[in-house]
Ligand binder design. Structure first.
Ligand code: PMP
Length: 386
């Protein structure tokens, strides 16, 4: 039996120990084992996001979208918010926030590009904004926004700097405290490589102050309901507001253990090398990457392939044992596919992925220059033991 390699954009390549940690017999959410798993996971998340101990971490049942929506807890009625959107998931900020009594302005970039720091700085300095919301890696295109430079540019103009790191945290550098980011968030199933089922976020002291004011958010994702119990977990105890994703938390705990022993620096560099090697192979095949050269992320690549039926191509790759994602950006949807090289990605996954791409294209009559795996291997040979 061939087990399939999952190189979708999240969930992505699994790790047996991390995924199987979710299976826990007879463990309740009030048990000491669960309390300790929450504490370790919350502290681990501070580490992964570069947040110091003044930040409050949260783990919520649900997914990245719940974590995004919970951000409304910090935002008073009538606030002006600037959304930076480089694609479909940037637009999700607009979709969420437009349900609430706030005033939005959206800056957009075309597929494969990013809104520039200069444009964002110009906008926040000419209008009074309460918050800026952005996306570190735009999953629909693989574009990485330089959130460090944006955060530094807007820091003195707005109360809250908010980053969706769903497709990046765990595979890209994030230094929330140093970069002046108030809120950053992700989902358990992406570059943390744990079971699906949780949204995670960290909030700065100044974000937490905002919870003292009036809320415009709904009930479940209002962080006022969750902050006391998160503090109790951090202090070694426990608490209940709504049932937590018990198995997923054990899986997150295991992921955090492995991340700490690998170290974030080594993890980010493994992601960087794997993504570079993947792109070298794609380049060898004569294909283009959707994201502009300087904006390519460690975690997601969009690969442009004109003149073939992408659904058929993805099926063929799947039969060869590798699953990729279809394109979702409306302006290029049928002309590309997406590859997740995140979480527990290793050189062998990249080589197998390139082989599946190369031979599927050939089967479909596309002229390709064979040997993409060798081009990737050449990069890996420079980094033995990653
Ligand atoms: N933001 C980004 C950047 C994402 O990639 C995703 C998931 N693809 C989401 C938000 C939504 O996360 P979820 O599907 O876990 O709700």
């Amino acid at each position: 039996m061939t087990s399939r390699i999952l190189m979708h954009v999240g969930p992505s390549i699994g790790n047996y120990d991390v995924l199987s940690a979710a299976v826990q017999p007879n463990i309740g959410f009030a048990s000491p084992e669960f309390n300790s798993a929450m504490k370790n996971s919350l502290e681990g998340f501070r580490y992964v996001t570069g947040s110091d101990s003044s930040y409050t971490p949260f783990i919520l049942p649900g997914s990245g979208t719940v974590a995004m929506e919970s951000v409304m807890s910090f935002i008073p009625r009538g606030s002006r918010i600037l959304v930076v959107s480089n694609g479909v998931f940037g637009d999700r900020w607009e979709a969420i926030m437009s349900r609430y009594p706030v005033i939005l302005k959206v800056l957009r970039a075309e597929a494969g590009k990013a809104v520039s720091t200069g444009e964002i700085e110009h906008e926040v300095s000419s209008g009074r904004y309460f918050a800026v919301a952005m996306t570190q890696v735009e999953t629909s295109t693989g574009v990485r926004l330089d959130v460090e430079s944006v955060a530094k540019a807007v820091r003195n103009h707005v109360d809250l700097v908010i980053v969706d790191g769903v497709a990046s945290i765990g595979g890209e550098t994030m230094k929330a405290s140093h970069w002046g980011i108030d809120v950053c968030l992700t989902a358990s199933q992406k570059a943390l490589g744990a079971q699906a089922g949780a949204g995670l976020l960290v909030a700065s002291p100044s974000a937490m102050e905002k919870l003292k004011g009036e809320s415009t958010s709904g009930y479940f994702a209002d962080l006022r309901n969750w902050s006391d119990i998160m503090n109790k977990f951090l202090a070694g105890g426990g608490g209940y507001f709504a049932t937590p994703p018990i198995g997923t938390v054990f899986s997150i705990q295991k992921s955090m253990d492995l991340i700490r022993s690998e170290t974030m620096e080594a993890r980010v560099s493994r992601h960087e090398i794997c993504s570079q090697a993947f792109r070298a192979g794609i380049n060898h095949l004569g294909l283009e990457i959707l994201a502009s050269e300087k904006l390519r992320s460690n975690t997601v690549s969009g690969v442009m392939v004109d003149g073939i039926n992408i659904a058929d191509f993805l099926q063929r790759c799947m039969k060869k044992g590798v699953e990729f994602g279809a394109g979702v950006h409306p302006s290029v949807r049928d002309r590309y596919f997406r590859v997740g090289h995140m979480g527990w990605v290793q050189p062998a996954h990249i080589i197998t992925a390139l082989n599946a791409i190369e031979s599927s294209l050939e089967e479909m009559g596309k002229k390709v220059d064979r040997g993409s795996a060798l081009a990737a291997g050449e990069i890996f040979s420079r980094y033995p033991g990653i």
